[in-house]
Design a binder for this molecule. Sequence first.
Ligand SMILES: [Zn+2]
Length: 94
Amino acid sequence: MNPKDFPEDAVHENGNYENKCVVCGSHFIGLKRRVLCKECYQRPPVTFSQRIAELEEAVRVLAHDRVHGIADMIGAAVINNHTARAAVEKARKG
Ligand SMILES: [Zn+2]
């Protein structure tokens, strides 16, 4: 079994699509709308800025593919990361 696949998606309609991960570029099987393979999806970000860069790349790829709904969803995640980082910095400054 490919550890990048989402076998749990197979029970859903459109759950057996071959997708291309926007982070590592690998092909994987899962829901039609997934943009990250399972390894990239589960890997914790080393830094906020790294994850933001990944998400911004995902937004760029998706916008190019005109998948606006998912691009908006990931854009919201980027904003959440920015908000989280601002909260961490504020807490550090006390
Ligand atoms: Zn990946």
